[in-house]
Ligand binder design. Structure first.
Ligand SMILES: [Ca+2]
Ligand SMILES: [Ca+2]
Length: 125
């Protein structure tokens, strides 16, 4: 009886929890570590940058920094815009290895999820 009641309330609880999660600023950095080893390899970082680019560009070929929501601006940080003052996907991916070395703050040659979270936090940068 009690279990049946619990099961009936479960879907609304799930909705509630996902609403709470959406209200918090969603931490995309957890998605960067694709194989879950706690480290973000350069290949994982490039894939993550490409994913963030898709979020940021919303289908546009190029963007300016002011187009980007604050949570995604770190992706464009340091990237040289083209002659037209805009940044495109190739610019972002070409810059990824440089950015990767910047994010590796303890200079051990690899980026941990914590290092990436610190670099991606709009409150820090
Ligand atoms: Ca990994
Ligand atoms: Ca490191």
């Amino acid at each position: 009886m009690k279990v049946a009641k619990l099961l009936r309330t479960l879907p609304s609880l799930t909705v509630l929890l996902s609403t709470v999660a959406a209200a918090q600023s969603f931490d995309m950095t957890v998605m960067a570590d694709a194989d879950g080893d706690g480290l973000v390899s350069l290949a994982e970082f490039k894939a993550f940058s490409a994913m963030k680019w898709r979020f940021l560009s919303q289908g546009r070929d190029s963007v300016t920094t002011s187009d980007a929501p604050p949570s995604l601006r770190p992706l464009l940080k340091g990237v040289n815009p083209g002659p037209n003052g805009r940044i495109d996907r190739d610019d972002v991916i070409a810059y990824a290895p440089v950015r990767y070395r910047e994010i590796d703050t303890n200079k051990d040659g690899t980026v941990s999820v914590v290092e990436l979270q610190t670099a991606s936090d709009p409150k820090v940068r």
